[in-house]
Write a protein that binds this ligand. Sequence first.
Ligand SMILES: Cc1cc2nc3c(=O)[nH]c(=O)nc-3n(C[C@H](O)[C@H](O)[C@H](O)COP(=O)(O)OP(=O)(O)OC[C@H]3O[C@@H](n4cnc5c(N)ncnc54)[C@H](O)[C@@H]3O)c2cc1C
Length: 460
Amino acid sequence: MSKRMVVIGGDATGMSAASTALRHSAEGELEVVVLERGHYTSYSACGIPYWISGHVPDGDQLIARTPEQHREAGIDVRMRTEVTAIDLEKQSVGVRGVDDGDTYELGYDELVIATGAVPTVPPLEGSDARGIFGVQTLEQGEEIVKDLADGDRRRAVVVGAGYIGVEMAEAMVVRGLETTVVDQASEPFTQVDPDMGALIREAMEGMGMTVLTGVSVDGFDVGEDGRVRAVRAGDTVLPADIVIVGLGVKPNAQLAADAGLTIGPSGGIVTDARMRAAPNVWAGGDCVEVHHRLSGQNVHIPLGTHANKHGRIIGTNVAGGYGAFPGIIGTAISKVCSLEIGVTGLGETEADAVGFGYVTATVESTTTAGYWPEAEEMTVKVLAEQRTGRLLGAQIVGRAGSGKRIDVFATAIWNGMTVEEMTFMDLSYAPPFSPVWDAVLVAARKAAKEVQGEIPASPV
Ligand SMILES: Cc1cc2nc3c(=O)[nH]c(=O)nc-3n(C[C@H](O)[C@H](O)[C@H](O)COP(=O)(O)OP(=O)(O)OC[C@H]3O[C@@H](n4cnc5c(N)ncnc54)[C@H](O)[C@@H]3O)c2cc1C
C-alpha cells in the first residue's frame, strides 16, 4: 500500500526532499504532496539581489523548477496553500487555501517541515510605509524591481550590512542610486572580524557608498502619500526614496513549536543527525538549527548550501535509505561590486566564546602573479588553535578572483588539518591565477610560525 509524504514548503529543502524521496521509491509506493503558500517552487532567493541590479535580466531565470514541472514528475504540488497546524498524534496537518480560505485536514505517514526563515523586523515607527522592502521572497524581489521602475528613485538606504544588505547595496549602486548603508555593529559584515570588516567598509566607501556603523535605526519618516521619505537614526535623518531592510532572519518554527516539537536556543527546530524531529517527522533548511563541527554547539546559519543537503538527506531517509547530516563549519561567500568576501570556521568572537586559545595571522597578497596586468589585492586572515596549530577559521576580503579560495581553507578545516600541514600543500599555480606562493599557503605559513613562536630551523 502506498504511503503519503506531506511536505510543508516548496523551495530548496522541501522540493529537494520531495524529488529525492520519489526518485528512490518504487512506482506507486509513495504519494508526495507539497503544500506551498507562495506563488513559486524551487526558486533561488540567492539570485534576487542580482535580478534587482539587472545582472540577471529576468526573474523567471531564478526559478529552477515550476510547480507544473514538479507535477509532471509525479509530485502533487498545491500552491497558495498554507499549513496552519500540525497534529502529531493524529498524523495530520490543517490546511488553508490562501486565496479562497477553504480549509481541510490532510493525513500523513511522513511529514517534512521545510518552512524556511522569516525576516527579523523590529517594531519601528513607520515601517509599514510604501517604499520599504524586505528581501526574502521572489514576490518581494518583484515588488522592488517594479518600484524602482515606477518612479524617480535617487536615494536608497539599506538597513543592515550583513550579506543580504551588502548585496542589496551593490544592486542599488549598480542601478545608479545614491546609497547609504546603516548598521548598529562597529563594522559591516559581522560574519568576519572587525579588522576585516573595516576593509569592507573602506572598499564600500571607495565605491561611493556612505557606510554608517554603530548606528541604530529608530524609525521612518512617512509622507502624506504613505511613502517613506527618510530613515531616522538618533539625530541623523537620512532622506530615502527607497529603503531595503536586511536585518537577518530567524527560523520559521512556530508551527513546529505549537505542535510540541523541540526548539533549540537558536530558535530552530532540533533534529537528530538524520534530520528527524520526531518519529515520522523530518525538518531541514532555514527552520532548523545545525551542529557546528568546530564549536560543538547548535547554531542557526540559514544558507541554501545546507538547505539543499538537508532536503536530499530527508528524501533518502523517507525512501528507506540512510542519510545523515555531518554538520557545518560556517562557510559562506558574498560580494559587493568588485569586492569578494569569504569566510569559514570560527572568527575571533566565536573562538573566544567557545574558549579556544588561538593565534591569528593576516597577509596581503594578490589574486594573480604580482606582475600580471590584472593583479588585484586581497587580504587573508587565519585563526589557528594555540599549541596544536589546528586551523580554526579563515576570512578573505579581496577583489575579483580572491573569494573562492575560502573553499581551500574550508576543506582543510573539514579534514582537521593544521596550518603547518597546509604550508606545503600542492596547490595550483600559473601567473594568471595566483602568485607562485598562493595567499592560502602564505597565510598558513605565517600562522604556523605564530603557533611555533619562532621560525623553524632549516633542515639542511
Ligand atoms: C536575498 C537572499 C540571498 C541569499 N543568498 C544566499 C547565498 O548566496 N548563498 C546561500 O547559501 N544562501 C543564500 N540565501 C539563503 C537561501 O536562500 C536559503 O537558505 C534557502 O532558500 C533556504 O531554503 P528553505 O527551503 O529551507 O527555505 P525557503 O527557501 O525560505 O522556503 C520555505 C518555503 O516554505 C513556505 N512556507 C513557509 N511556511 C509555510 C506554511 N505554513 N505553509 C506552506 N508553505 C509555507 C514559504 O512560502 C517558502 O516558499 C539567500 C537568501 C536571501 C533571502
